[in-house]
Design a protein around this ligand. Structure first.
Ligand code: PMV
Length: 312
């Protein structure tokens, strides 16, 4: 049984986060520059039947059996075994690493799951489709995020720009022009579950108001899709700004995110918004390629702990 390596990208939600949980559309892009990587090596000599994890980035090393059954990596093994009806995983060392900042709105959890499902499939000789990787990753997302829309698992598994509506077949977005984004991380780690639950509580108290916000976010997504197809960066930027204002209204922005968004606009970005569940994490600014470096520098001065320029 040879060693097997698989990777999966980070992701950026260009528009529609949170509202997508309530049936509105959203647009997401894979971030190919940052990836989760899983390498599975067979254990021939020592403990031939044991599965050992080596995930130093998240402080998990040791035997699978020494961790709780509902620990994330063990859940991935269980879901994989159930799906393929495998009584056990052959003894192996599973090395997990990632260059995607954790809890930063860039899909680190979904990417680790997707890479691990692909690596397990390769290691055990099972064919696995992108749809299966996405479905299995969704099972893990449900365990850890409560009520996910399915957008994260879909974009990191299919690895292409998507227009996504919950419980609908995925639509691939075709861009006939490139778009450059600067992403900037506030360094504030945030929990998707807490942000999503907070929105739900406020939605339950003010249904009409929140349904109105979600519909307006959906309208921004439609406009952005059109503007992407027309290659109109200015129009995409205007809608990103409006989407950010709506995310402020539903209570998922904070001072650090707003500072980075405002700084991007001051530096002549076409538009900027928080990405992912908010309350920390990151922003994305759409920029002309020639100013990407200077915007990135300014965002670092304004408090970003990490930036990335990505072109689609
Ligand atoms: O925090 P992230 O990057 O996992 O983004 C979650 C996106 C939400 O729309 C807030 C939740 C979801 O399940 O779609």
């Amino acid at each position: 049984m040879p060693a097997f390596t698989a990777t999966a990208p980070g992701k950026m939600i260009l528009a529609g986060e949170h509202a997508v949980v309530y049936g509105q559309p959203a647009i997401a892009f894979p971030l190919r520059e940052i990836r989760a990587r899983v390498i599975i090596e067979p254990r021939i000599k020592q403990s031939p039947d044991a599965v050992i994890f080596d995930a130093q980035d998240v402080g998990v090393t040791g035997l699978s059996d020494s961790l709780a059954p509902d620990q994330a990596f063990n859940r991935i093994l269980q879901v994989f075994q159930e799906h393929f009806n495998l009584p056990h995983i052959p003894g192996c060392l599973i090395r997990i690493s990632s260059t995607i900042p954790m809890a930063s709105g860039m899909g680190s959890g979904a990417a680790v799951s997707a890479a691990m499902f692909r690596a397990l499939a390769g290691f055990t000789g099972k064919g696995i489709s992108d749809q299966e990787v996405s479905d299995l990753t969704f099972e893990i997302e449900k365990n850890f995020h409560g009520n996910p829309s399915g957008i994260d698992n879909t974009v990191v598994s299919f690895q292409r720009p998507i227009y996504y509506v919950k419980n609908h077949p995925l639509e691939t977005l075709h861009l006939n022009k490139s778009f450059t984004f600067v992403l900037a991380d506030t360094g504030i780690r945030s929990s998707t579950r807490i942000a999503v639950e907070g929105v739900r509580e406020r939605w339950e108290k003010s249904l009409t108001l929140y349904n109105g916000y979600f519909a307006e976010i959906g309208r921004m997504v439609h406009l952005i899709r059109e503007s992407l197809a027309n290659g109109d960066e200015s129009a995409v930027g205007v809608c990103m700004n409006q989407d950010h204002e709506l995310l402020q209204k539903i209570g998922v922005s904070n001072q650090a995110l707003d500072t980075l968004v405002n700084e991007s606009i001051k530096e002549k970005a076409y538009g900027a918004k928080l990405i992912g569940s908010g309350l920390g994490g990151s922003i994305a600014a759409l920029v002309a390629p020639e100013i990407a470096e200077s915007v990135s520098k300014k965002l670092k001065k304004a408090g970003a702990v990490w930036t990335l320029t990505s072109t689609f």
